[in-house]
Design a protein around this ligand. Structure first.
Ligand SMILES: [Zn+2]
Length: 109
């Protein structure tokens, strides 16, 4: 069924809204449904540089708990939900939120 598992960078057409500093994680879709937060993105493969997994994940902001998701990686295809790429997308998103929130509190820590 899954014809493609890895995407090359120039095949990724979606423009990233958030990119991790090391550029391995790119989030292009952010949608809040109130209780849940849905994210779409790409995470670079650890074994194959310049190749990306496509990730979709929904989590609960209150608890950080992953609720559902899909990923094009082998671990997800084999073991199912969740995989480390889903956690990575959530963590990069949360980290960037904190960066915005803490901008004026940088000197208070
Ligand atoms: Zn994965």
């Amino acid at each position: 069924m899954e014809s493609r598992r890895l995407f090359l960078l120039d095949e990724i057409l979606e423009k990233p809204l958030i990119m991790s500093r090391d550029k391995t994680t790119r989030i292009f879709g952010i949608e809040s449904t109130g209780r849940e937060m849905s994210l779409k993105g790409y995470v670079e493969s650890e074994s194959r540089k310049d190749s990306f997994h496509r990730v979709e994940v929904t989590y609960l902001p209150a608890s950080m708990h992953l609720a559902s998701g899909t990923c094009s990686c082998e671990a997800y295809q084999f073991y199912g939900f969740p995989c480390k790429h889903m956690e990575r997308v959530r963590n990069v998103y949360v980290k960037n939120l904190k960066r915005f929130d803490n901008k004026n509190e940088a000197y208070s820590k």
